[in-house]
Every structure is written in structure tokens, then in C-alpha cells.
Design a protein around this ligand. Structure first.
Ligand code: NAD
Ligand code: UDP
Length: 330
């Protein structure tokens, strides 16, 4: 980014990241809803660099223009300020449907809006996909399993969800979104893909995400004590955002139409997370952890080692904190 800024100043015009040239027959018109968000903006980067034409639709509820700023003005890129609960008529080949708040503080802030986005919004995007005879990939979530009674959860587990709990707006919203995908598929033959995404981290994640990775990084950078609830023996797994993006693109372009879990199978205790993050923030690098290979139906496996991913995320948080302090706002 810095290198590009310097070039821009030298040339007196915007310098874009390099994109591949694709023949017309290989070049796709791709819509990414929620493309100004954390995951969406990384997907935009990958598809743009591969040479596709990308349209982002976002209402900037939790997303930022800044996440895709480096593409604005590029001939292959378009950014629409649009809310998916309103119909949209554009011509595309593929739709990555990511629009939905994703972290608990965000989706509980306005539960009715969360439900509308996941139901009416998904309905609109499926309607669009049906009209253009395209293909839609839904960004669903491991939360469709609710408070699971079995571990780990396979795709054929039906879940255990409280329909009236505080998280229901999100969990049930995504469940209906999945139901809609298969209803359109059965009724109209619409091509659909469903990714059940597990916890993901990386640069551009929200500083106030409220979940464990962002909390621990912020606390370490601000020299505050790390808040481990209980003994810290509970375990979680986190995948790095580029691994997720890789899985989403493979799934979209596969011929597999049943739901697919995408997550990193390696579990760490919360206590270990605290130690690793504290060590990295202090510049005290440890031996990197070795990831196990996960062979799924798509031949996908996570590539980025936890510490490598954490270092990139910490760097992003450090810059964000510096920027917000300079700006005097959060
Ligand atoms: P994010 O909040 O960063 O991105 C969501 C984007 O959707 C934002 O840019 C937001 O402005 C936009 N959006 C929300 N409502 C909209 C609406 N009505 N119309 C148009 N745009 C709207 O979240 P994220 O982490 O990037 O999540 C992306 C998708 O992945 C979500 O669908 C989420 O449910 C799913 N997911 C994420 C995770 C994770 O760990 N990050 C885990 C499971 C599932
Ligand atoms: N946790 C913690 N300190 C924090 C935030 C979370 O110890 O500041 C623990 C929490 O008790 C839980 C785990 O980390 O066992 C993961 O919490 P998170 O909020 O990420 O999401 P959850 O998976 O519980 O929905």
C-alpha cells in the first residue's frame, strides 16, 4: 500500500494493484453483496486480481468504503451503495451473497434489520440469480448448528437452535436463507452453493468485533491485562481470511450443491491464544505451529499458520489504533 502511495504521488494519478488479463470467455461478471466488509473485501481483492469484473453492493452498515478504496475507478470494478432488502436489477454470472452483519454486537444491534437482510435480502439475490440464470453462493454460518449437541458438527447435523433467543435473528435468519436457496433450487433449478463459515480472523476484521481474537489483540497492544474468562481451558478454532476466500472460490466453481463447512480444524485453548498473542505483540516470536491437512470434498485445506495470520492481523490493528488516535476518534 505504501509503495502504491509513493507511486501515486510520483505519477500524479491512482495506481491500482496489478490484475491478470482474462479472455472474454473466462472473464466473469461477479456480484459480491457485503463486499465492503471484512471477508467480502478480501474476496474482491482475489477476484479482481484474477481478472474478473466485480460489482460490490453494500449499505455500509458494518462495511467501509476504505476496504475497497484501492479499486475505486478501476474499469473492472463498480461499487453500489445499495441495501439488499431492496430489489436489484443487474446482469451478472455469479453472486457471492455475504451481506449480513456477522459479529454478535453488530447483528444484535438491530435484530429486525438482521432478519430482513437475511430473509428479504437473500430472497432478492436469489430472484436476481434466477432471472440471469446465474449461480449464487450463500455465506452461511456455523451458527446454523446453534448450541450443538454433537462435536464436531458435520454438514448433515440439523442443529439445536432457540428460535426466540437473542441470537435467533442471525441463526434463524441464516437457516431461512439456506432454506430459500434449496427452495429456489428445487422449484426453479437455480444454481446454489452454501458455505457454512466458522470463526475467521485477519486484517480488516472489526476492532470491536467483541470475540476473543480481537479482544486479546487490542488488550495486548494497549498493555491491558488479557481477560481470560474462567480457566481458559475452553477451545476454539480460527481460520485465516485468505484460507476462507480460497474455500469460497473453490466451492463456487465446483459442482457440489450441498452445504459445506469451511473452517480450520485446529483447536487451541483460550489460554494458549492469550499466550501466543501476547508473545507476538511483544515481538517475541515462537516456533510456528504446524497445521494438519484437512482434505475435504473440494481438496481444500487451510494454508496460513496461526502465528503468520495473527502477525498480519496485529499489524492491521496496530495501524488502525494509530490512525484512530491521530484522527482523535474511534
Ligand atoms: P462484515 O460485517 O465485515 O461484512 C458484512 C457486510 O455486509 C458489511 O460490509 C455490511 O455493510 C454489509 N451489509 C449488511 N447488511 C446489508 C444490507 N442489508 N444490504 C447491503 N449490505 C449489507 O462481516 P464479515 O465477517 O465479512 O461477514 C461476511 C459474511 O460471512 C456474513 O454473511 C457472515 O454472516 C458470514 N460469516 C462470517 C464469519 C466470520 O467469522 N467473520 C463467520 C460465519 C459467517
Ligand atoms: N473469551 C475470553 N475473553 C474474552 C472473550 C472471550 O476468555 O475477552 C472466551 C469466551 O469465554 C469463550 C471463548 O473465549 O469461551 C470464545 O469467545 P467468543 O466471544 O469468541 O465467542 P463464542 O465462541 O463464545 O461465541
Amino acid at each position: 500500500n505504501l509503495k502504491r502511495r509513493v507511486q501515486e504521488l510520483e505519477h500524479g494519478q491512482k495506481v491500482y494493484p496489478e490484475v491478470k488479463f482474462l479472455n472474454v470467455k473466462d472473464r466473469k461478471r461477479i456480484l459480491i453483496t457485503g463486499g465492503a466488509g471484512f471477508v467480502g473485501s478480501h474476496l474482491v481483492d482475489r477476484l479482481m486480481i484474477e481478472g474478473h469484473e466485480v460489482t460490490v453492493v453494500d449499505n455500509f452498515f458494518t462495511g467501509r468504503k476504505r476496504n475497497v478504496e484501492h479499486w475505486i475507478g478501476h474499469e473492472n470494478f463498480e461499487l453500489l451503495n445499495h441495501d439488499v432488502i431492496n430489489p436489484l436489477f443487474i446482469e451478472v454470472d455469479q453472486v457471492y451473497h455475504l451481506a449480513s452483519p456477522a459479529s454478535p454486537p453488530n447483528y444484535m444491534y438491530n435484530p429486525v434489520k438482521t432478519i430482513k437482510t437475511n430473509t428479504i435480502g437473500t430472497n432478492n439475490m436469489l430472484g436476481l440469480t434466477k432471472r440471469v440464470r446465474g449461480r449464487l453462493l450463500l455465506a452461511s454460518t456455523s451458527e446454523v448448528y446453534g448450541d450443538p449437541e454433537i462435536h464436531p458438527q458435520n454438514e448433515d447435523y440439523w442443529g439445536h437452535v432457540n428460535p426466540i433467543g437473542p441470537r435467533a435473528c442471525y441463526d434463524e435468519g441464516k437457516r431461512v436463507a439456506e432454506t430459500m436457496c434449496y427452495a429456489y433450487h428445487r422449484q426453479d433449478g437455480t444454481e446454489i452453493r452454501v458455505a457454512r463459515i466458522f470463526n475467521t480472523f485477519g486484517p480488516r476484521m472489526h476492532l470491536n468485533d467483541g470475540r476473543v481474537v480481537s479482544n486479546f489483540i487490542l488488550q495486548s497492544l494497549q498493555d491491558q491485562p488479557i481477560t481470560i474468562y474462567g480457566e481458559g481451558k475452553q477451545t476454539r478454532s480460527f481460520q485465516y481470511v485468505s484460507d476462507l476466500v480460497d474455500g469460497l472460490i473453490r466451492l463456487m466453481n465446483s459442482n457440489y450443491s450441498m452445504p459445506v463447512n469451511i473452517g480450520n480444524p485446529d483447536e487451541y485453548t483460550i489460554g494458549d491464544f492469550a499466550k501466543i498473542i501476547k508473545g507476538l505483540v511483544g515481538g517475541n516470536r515462537k516456533e510456528s505451529q504446524i497445521l494438519q491437512e484437512l482434505k475435504t470434498i473440494l481438496g481444500w485445506s487451510p494454508k496460513v499458520q496461526l502465528e503468520v495470520g495473527l502477525n498480519r492481523t496485529i499489524e492491521y490493528f496496530r495501524n488502525e489504533l494509530r490512525r484512530t488516535t491521530l484522527d482523535g476518534r474511534h
